[in-house]
Design a protein around this ligand. Structure first.
Ligand SMILES: [Zn+2]
Length: 197
C-alpha cells in the first residue's frame, strides 16, 4: 500500500489515559527488554485493557520488541487482523480528520477524540464494559496518525480474537500469563486479551 499521500503524523504530550497505573505517570521501560523509553528516543507502543474504569492489563513495548512479538504471530493471523481492521475502520475518515486539523496547533488538538469511542462501532468509552486503547509514543509525546491512537470496545475485540489462528491465540494467552500472571480462567475470556496492533 502506498502511504506517501498520508498527512504528516502529529505529536501531542501523552494523555493521562496512556499513563501507567503502577507509576501514575508515563511508562518508563519496555515490558520485555527493560529499555528506557522516555529519553532513548525509541518509538514504543502502549496498550491498556480496561474493564469499566479499571485497567486490567497495561504495558509499553519498544519498537524492536513489538516487531519480535509480531513475528511470533502467524502470517495468517496478521493478514486476518489487517483485513478486519481495514474493512471495519474508516481510515479515510481518520486521514480526513487529521487533514482538517492541519492548521490547528499541536497544543490545541483534542487528542482524546481519537480514542474516546470504538474505532469499529463508534460505541463510547463510557458505554463499554471492556475496551482496549493503543498508541505509538516517542519520548513524552504520543503520535497521532491514520492508524493510532485508537480504542476498540468489547464486541470489536471479540470479533478480532475470532479471526486469529489457534496458534496466535495460544501465544497471546502465554504473553498475558507470562507477563501478568493471570489465572487461566481469566485468559479464557476472549474479550480481555490484548491485541498487538
Ligand atoms: Zn523492548
Amino acid at each position: 500500500m502506498d502511504f506517501s499521500w498520508l498527512p504528516q503524523p502529529r505529536f501531542v504530550p501523552i494523555p493521562r489515559a496512556f499513563y501507567s497505573l503502577e507509576s501514575d505517570g508515563p511508562f518508563e521501560r519496555c515490558l520485555q527488554c527493560d529499555t528506557e523509553l522516555l529519553t532513548s528516543g525509541r518509538p514504543y507502543l502502549i496498550e491498556r485493557v480496561f474493564r469499566g474504569a479499571e485497567p486490567i492489563i497495561e504495558y509499553a513495548l519498544c519498537e524492536a520488541c513489538v516487531e519480535k512479538a509480531q513475528q511470533e504471530l502467524s502470517q495468517e493471523s496478521r493478514e486476518a487482523v489487517a483485513r478486519y481492521l481495514s474493512e471495519r475502520i474508516d481510515f479515510a475518515a481518520r486521514i480526513e480528520h487529521i487533514r482538517s486539523l492541519q492548521d490547528v496547533a499541536d497544543e490545541d488538538l483534542d487528542a482524546e477524540s481519537w480514542f474516546d469511542h470504538c474505532a469499529v462501532s463508534g460505541q463510547s468509552a463510557a458505554d463499554s464494559r471492556e475496551r482496549q486503547i493503543a498508541a505509538w509514543c516517542q519520548g513524552s509525546q504520543m503520535r497521532i496518525d491514520h492508524a493510532l491512537p485508537l480504542m476498540l470496545a468489547g464486541p470489536a475485540l471479540e470479533e478480532l480474537q475470532a479471526v486469529l489462528s489457534e496458534k496466535t491465540r495460544g501465544w497471546m494467552n502465554d504473553f498475558v500469563s507470562d507477563n501478568f500472571g493471570m489465572p487461566p480462567e481469566f485468559c479464557d475470556e476472549p474479550d480481555i486479551r490484548p491485541i498487538l496492533l
